[in-house]
Design a protein around this ligand. Structure first.
Ligand code: NAD
Length: 254
């Protein structure tokens, strides 16, 4: 499985614990050329050394709420490569106040903010990537099982991830005729910065390990290996799918 000759965009590296970093390493090892984004100036000192390890062709600022920055990323990719083969969207956010307490108390603003950053941004990225994928391509996002089942303390992110998964299916239908595939990775719980916003996350990790058939904690390298396959030609007929990398947790009953 090789990604030689392919150009990919990776959005969502915050640090060396990020799922996006695990994926980016796997893409790089498989021979892909990469463009990497960072959220803001505060994030740059953490992201830049990682991007350099990937020999990233582009390191660009991107807050997905900012349409101009989003467009600038795809313009820069067009100027650098003239095409894009795949992208990874590994971005999520909800205000802390809306992650605590009950779903029933979620604020309108918090709900919209979470949906905008964690779901709509993927729609916009698909729109901007499409013209750069004349020979087909692959769009990959990241979801979680809390979209399907009620997971304690996941709150507003549950419905947001459900919307993201549905978005994957609709985009797959729209873009399939252009040979652009759209899939979501669904990793089991991994300790990352985003995960630190979920109360009692350590209990979730422990439960996942105990209950999953493989009894193993999920790691970013395992997610990266699967991501690398999904963006490769080996997965050329895989689209619209939710790809679990959760040691089998999702098949278990109570
Ligand atoms: P992380 O904190 O390393 O990554 C989250 C990323 O989102 C960060 O790079 C952050 O900068 C970025 N981000 C937040 N707001 C943004 C904005 N406005 N514009 C651009 N980027 C923004 O955490 P992670 O766990 O690697 O999260 C990556 C993805 O994986 C998320 O979608 C998350 O929901 C998903 N996921 C995580 C787990 C887990 O257990 N960690 C499990 C399943 C799915």
């Amino acid at each position: 499985m090789t990604l030689k000759g392919k150009n990919g965009l990776v959005v969502g590296i915050a640090n060396s614990h990020s799922i996006a970093w695990g994926c980016a390493q796997a893409f790089h090892q498989a021979g892909a050329s990469l463009a990497v984004t960072y959220l803001n100036e505060k994030a740059l000192p953490f992201v830049q050394p990682l991007a350099e390890q990937l020999d990233a062709a582009l390191i660009l600022p991107l807050d997905v709420r900012d349409d101009a920055q989003l467009e600038a990323v795809f313009v820069a990719i067009d100027q650098k490569w003239g095409k894009l083969d795949f992208l990874l969207h590994a971005v999520a956010y909800a205000p802390k106040s809306d992650m605590e307490g009950r779903m029933a108390d979620t604020s309108r603003q918090g709900f919209l903010e979470a949906m905008n950053i964690s779901c709509y941004s993927f729609v916009r990225m698909a729109h901007l990537a499409e013209p750069l994928m004349q020979n087909g391509g692959c769009l990959l996002t990241t979801t979680y099982y809390g979209s399907e089942k009620v997971i304690s303390h996941y709150n507003v992110m549950g419905p947001v991830k459900a919307a993201l998964e549905s978005t994957v299916r609709y985009l797959a239908a729209d873009l399939g005729p252009r040979h652009i595939r759209v899939n979501a990775l669904s990793p089991g719980p991994i300790v990352t910065r985003a995960a630190s916003g979920i109360a009692h996350f350590d209990e979730l990790v422990q439960l996942a390990r105990e209950k999953s058939p493989a009894h193993e904690a999920v790691c970013i390298d395992c997610v990266g290996a699967y991501a690398s396959f999904l963006v490769s030609d080996g997965a050329r007929l895989v689209t619209g799918s939710i790809a679990y990398v959760d040691a089998g947790f999702n098949v278990m009953g109570s």
